[in-house]
Design a protein around this ligand. Structure first.
Ligand code: UGA
Length: 447
């Protein structure tokens, strides 16, 4: 099939590339000329394992095209994906300007039937707005053309996006039309193999709400386990044992109940807030969503609070002024360089506010850290984990990179003179850490 994808951000690029790799002819359109030029050369602007190879392979095969020419994108394809950003407004609601700009572009250039597929995460009712916007643009042109708009939310995780797209648990399509069902079945046929039930058709509004409900449910699991972790700390129980205990019940499941220093990223924080905002607009106070958000906000402060307590307890220090801290992990999770809403940022900013000096290391997000914070005297971007530990009064771990997991207690004890570790991701065995002479503070594992 011929498919156009508007937006070469994270979702658009993964969608376009995976569809091309499945054999479709794909045109990716973006207004950013520099980005398009780089993509035409096979250079991708984000870090996502496997994506660069896939882009290059499909460029070489002539199945994947990048362009700023929206008119070409519209006229060349029957299927038109909208995958542009929906940043959060001040009040937490999703900003639809980019989505509606694409809708206008479609209305301006279409000459025959098009199926418009919305992949951006958008509030319930947006498909109707896109429909109205295209219709209004067509009316201005005084033409009457047939088109459909459906909702097809994405469920990609950064770091695992290709597998999530090609072998995801489900593909949701919101439509009431038989023609759209047929076209979308063709589009996704290469990913269904012998599991046609993975393609789920539903109402447009149900599809739009499913996206928010899925992310809100996952965020709820995380805030729930973090709340239990905070209780476990006070009650002398180990959250890691509790996690295994409750996760073995299939009704609860083992996923997304890893306690830590809070969830970050471009999705959970934004989507939980946007859903709470949508609830308000329909006259409903979503108490649970508010609490999920509040617990997460609080959880992101835990690393700093634990450090303060530990320094007071072990070194009698009441101020962090003049302290040097090693921080491992800047990205909001492993296998990405993304620092949006990352717990590390809350920690770094609190440390600087308290007058501390910070020595950081992340396998991927160093450049992003420099971009966000610039060069500053109280920030050292180190080239290795070992370098961060030199002269450090404590080590703080914000991201569960494999490289950090592999470190042994004895290696840490040897290189960290202060022997103080605050682990926001529960990477190590507390007994092994203690045995190596380290003072180890984790999340929900007693203090
Ligand atoms: C999330 C969803 O998992 C995807 O299904 C969805 O498509 C995507 O948002 C989106 O809306 O685009 P992502 O933000 O890439 O994906 O990252 P996750 O792997 O879900 O992790 C989010 C945060 O939760 C991270 O900060 C992670 O450290 C934290 N987390 C996750 C925990 O603290 N504990 C857990 O048990 C799991």
């Amino acid at each position: 099939m011929r498919i156009s994808v508007f937006g070469t951000g994270y979702v658009g690029l993964v969608t376009g590339t995976c569809l091309a790799d499945a054999g479709h002819e794909v045109i990716c359109i973006d207004v950013d000329a520099a980005k398009i030029q780089a993509l035409q050369q096979g250079h991708i602007p984000i870090y996502e394992p496997g994506l660069a190879d896939l882009v290059q392979r499909n460029l070489a095969a002539g199945r994947l095209h990048f362009t700023t020419d929206a008119a070409w994108g519209v006229s060349a394809s029957l299927l038109q994906f909208i995958a542009v950003g929906t940043p959060a407004d001040e009040d937490g609601s999703a900003d639809l300007n980019y989505v509606l700009a694409v809708a206008r572009t479609l209305g301006e250039h279409m000459q025959d039937y098009k199926l418009i597929i919305n992949k951006s995460t958008v509030p319930v009712g947006t498909a109707e707005k896109v429909q109205a916007c295209i219709q209004a643009t067509l009316s201005q042109r005084q033409v009457n053309l047939d088109f459909d708009v459906c909702s097809n939310p994405e469920f990609l995780k950064e770091g695992a996006a290709i597998a999530d797209f090609t072998q995801g648990a489900r593909i949701i399509v919101g439509t009431e039309s038989a023609r759209v069902r047929e076209l979308m079945s063709q589009c996704y046929a290469p990913f269904l193999q012998d599991q046609p039930q993975k393609l789920i058709f539903m109402q447009v509004r149900a599809a739009e709400l499913s996206k928010y409900a899925a992310n809100a449910m996952l965020a709820t699991k995380i805030s729930f386990i973090n709340e239990i972790a905070n209780l476990a700390e006070r009650m002398g129980a180990d959250i890691e044992q509790i996690r295994l205990g409750i996760g073995s019940d299939p009704r609860i499941g083992p996923h997304f109940i890893q306690a830590g220093c809070g969830y970050g990223g471009s999705c959970f924080p934004k989507d939980v807030q946007a859903l709470a905002h949508m609830a308000e607009q329909v006259g409903y106070r979503a108490h649970l969503l508010d609490a999920v958000e509040q617990v997460n906000h609080q959880q992101k402060q835990r690393m700093f609070e634990k450090l303060q307590d530990a320094l007071a307890k072990t070194q009698g220090r009441t101020s962090l002024a003049g302290c040097t801290l090693a921080v491992w992990g800047l990205a909001f999770k492993p296998e990405t360089d993304d620092m949006r809403e990352a717990p590390s940022r809350v920690l770094l900013e609190a440390l600087w506010q308290a007058g501390a000096h910070v020595q950081v290391y992340d396998p991927q997000a160093q450049a992003e850290c420099a971009r966000i914070y610039g060069t500053r005297p109280d920030l050292d971007l180190c080239t290795s984990i070992q370098q961060t530990l030199m002269g450090a009064d404590a080590l703080l771990i914000c991201t569960e990179w494999q490289e950090f997991r592999q470190v042994s207690a004895s290696w840490l004890a040897q290189h960290l003179a202060s022997k103080l570790v605050i682990d926001g991701r529960n990477l190590y065995d507390p007994l092994a850490m203690q045995a190596a002479g380290l003072r180890y503070y984790a999340i929900g594992r007693g203090d």
